[in-house]
Structure formats: structure tokens, C-alpha cells
Design a protein around this ligand. Structure first.
Ligand SMILES: NC(=O)c1ccc[n+]([C@@H]2O[C@H](COP(=O)([O-])OP(=O)(O)OC[C@H]3O[C@@H](n4cnc5c(N)ncnc54)[C@H](O)[C@@H]3O)[C@@H](O)[C@H]2O)c1
Length: 276
């Protein structure tokens, strides 16, 4: 027998296509990076469920995205709450007939000097960024299994999932956990045609950085608005901070059949801040 013979191709005919008609959920899709991803996917013809803690914004965003031939819906979700995540997945399957891709993108940031991080701070950040990603992946995998044709998990990690930064230590820990969950799921479910990959953005101009910038000022770590943002972004060799739209291409790639043979990977899209 030749090498590779007898190994089943777990990726079915139906998934070997572009984005057209794919059923995709984007958590944290109401604004920032999630919104840009959702827009790029919808423009590619995917059916996109924009899911967010902020239900009104999720619905408003979904309405603005109905552009590329795909359908869009806005859903309320709290990624920390399994029953809420189940409702999100069920509503998507009910609207589009199936689920093909879950983007676990919702996240929060918090600035704390290392020695000031409390147990409450740890749980607050980890519950959204770590546990929230785990629950989403678990509920999506159950549906992928029931459907029997594989599926794609795409998690938003960060360069903070690759490097530790002092006043963001618990945030970094949460993002390292996203990379760990991605790799574990890739190993665990690859044989069933379920892939898991992560995207690591750098310094992206979104509302999250307003929170981070303010946190740096509150703790006396920077003096003026935008100072921390500019200082962090200055190391990008491509010479500018990221815009949310810089993440659209990689999101489309990871949702499409172009990435079918890729799993367990973290793609850094940061304008060249860190090299892995
Ligand atoms: N902005 C950056 O520089 C940057 C860099 C690297 C990674 N990231 C990551 O990218 C993702 C998106 O970040 P962003 O900059 O767009 O942030 P953002 O704050 O602009 O948007 C985050 C969205 O997530 C939603 N959300 C928060 N908690 C939620 C919950 N419990 N359930 C459901 N939705 C919830 C918010 O309502 C919001 O719409 C996050 O995971 C973040 O950690 C951001």
C-alpha cells in the first residue's frame, strides 16, 4: 500500500467550497474585530450570526451586514453561560439549517500591575476569554459531530497569547489558554474533520484599546490618552497600528475551504510586532 492510502478524507465534498452559504457564528461580533470579521464573511456570501452580550448592537450590526448575498442575524449571547451559548447555536442552526464555523472572538481586557491582580480580576478575565472560548468550542463540536461533516473552530487569541506583558498578565494568561484550547481541540477532533485554529491580532484600534489605554493612565503607567496604544504599536515593523479590517482576510481564509488542511495553528496578524 502506498503511503497515505487507506486514510479516509474526512473533509466532505460540501465543505470543499468557498464561503458562499456557509453558516458562521461570530461572538463579540457587534463591534471591533468581530464586526470586521463578520462583515468580511458576509461579503463573501456566508450566512453570519452576529452574537454579542450587547443584543441591540448585535442586531443593528447584523442589519448593516446583509450585503453579500448571505443572510445575517443578530443574537444575544453571554459566552460565559452555557445555556446562553446553546441558545445561540440552536438559533443559528434553526436560521441556516446547520453550523459550519464558530468564531470565538468575544473577549475583554483589563490593565492591572502584576502585584495588584486579585482573584476577582483573574476570574473576571478568565471567565470570558478562557472559559467562554471553551464553552463555545464544546457546544459547536457537539453540533459538528451530530451533523457528521466536520467543522471549523476559529479562536481570537492575541500576541498576548504568545508573549507576557506585566500590566496585562491575567489577560495574557487567558490568551495563552486560548492557544492551548485551540491545540487541544485540533488534536482531539482532527480525526473527525473538525479543525481548530487561532488568530493573534496585535494592537488594533477598537473600543478595547480605549479600555486598555485608560487602564494604563489609571495606574500611572502612561500620562496621556493614546500613549500606551502608540507605544505598543510602535514596534510593528509595517509602521502603523492595526485596524480591525486587517483581520478580515485571515478570518475569511480560516472559514473557507482554502484552510481545510490546517489545524492547531496560531496565525499572528500584527504588522510584524512579534515573530514566531
Ligand atoms: N483590540 C486589540 O488590540 C486586540 C488585540 C489582540 C486580541 N484582541 C482580541 O480580539 C477580540 C475582539 O477584541 P476587540 O478589540 O474587537 O474588542 P471590543 O471590546 O471592541 O469588542 C468585544 C466585543 O465582545 C463583546 N463581549 C464582551 N464580553 C462578552 C461576553 N461575555 N459574551 C459575549 N460577548 C461579549 C463586547 O460586547 C464587544 O462587542 C477579543 O478577544 C480581544 O481580546 C484584541
Amino acid at each position: 500500500m502506498l503511503p497515505g492510502q487507506g486514510i479516509p478524507n474526512t473533509i466532505t465534498e460540501e465543505t470543499v467550497q468557498g464561503l458562499e452559504g456557509k453558516s458562521i457564528i461570530v461572538t463579540g461580533g457587534a463591534r471591533g474585530i468581530g464586526l470586521a470579521m463578520a462583515r468580511g464573511l458576509a461579503e463573501g456570501g456566508a450566512h453570519v450570526a452576529v452574537a454579542d452580550l450587547n443584543a441591540a448592537d448585535a442586531r443593528a450590526t447584523a442589519e448593516t451586514l446583509a450585503v453579500g448575498g448571505g443572510k445575517t442575524i443578530g443574537l444575544e449571547v453571554d459566552v460565559r453561560d452555557r445555556s446562553s451559548v446553546k441558545r445561540m447555536v440552536e438559533a443559528t442552526v434553526s436560521a441556516y439549517g446547520r453550523l459550519d464555523v464558530l468564531f470565538s472572538n468575544a473577549g475583554i481586557a483589563q490593565v492591572r500591575p502584576f502585584l495588584d491582580i486579585t482573584e476577582d480580576d483573574w476570574h473576571t478575565v478568565m471567565n470570558v476569554n478562557g472559559l467562554g472560548v471553551l464553552i463555545g468550542m464544546q457546544e459547536a463540536i457537539k453540533v459538528f459531530r451530530a451533523q457528521g461533516r466536520g467543522g471549523k473552530l476559529v479562536n481570537t487569541a492575541s500576541i498576548a497569547g504568545k508573549q507576557g506583558y506585566d500590566p496585562l498578565a491575567h489577560y495574557c494568561a487567558s490568551k495563552f489558554s486560548v492557544v492551548a484550547l485551540t491545540q487541544a481541540a485540533a488534536r482531539g477532533f482532527g480525526p473527525e474533520g473538525i479543525t481548530a485554529n487561532a488568530i493573534c491580532p496585535g494592537v488594533v484600534a477598537t473600543p478595547m484599546w480605549q479600555v486598555i489605554d485608560q487602564g494604563f493612565q489609571d495606574h500611572g503607567l502612561s500620562k496621556s490618552p493614546q500613549e500606551a496604544f502608540n507605544n505598543f504599536a510602535a514596534s510593528a515593523v509595517l509602521g502603523r497600528p492595526s485596524q480591525a479590517g486587517d483581520l478580515t482576510g485571515v478570518a475569511r481564509f480560516l472559514a473557507s475551504s482554502e484552510s481545510d488542511f490546517m489545524t492547531g495553528q496560531t496565525l499572528i496578524v500584527d504588522g510584524g510586532m512579534i515573530f514566531d
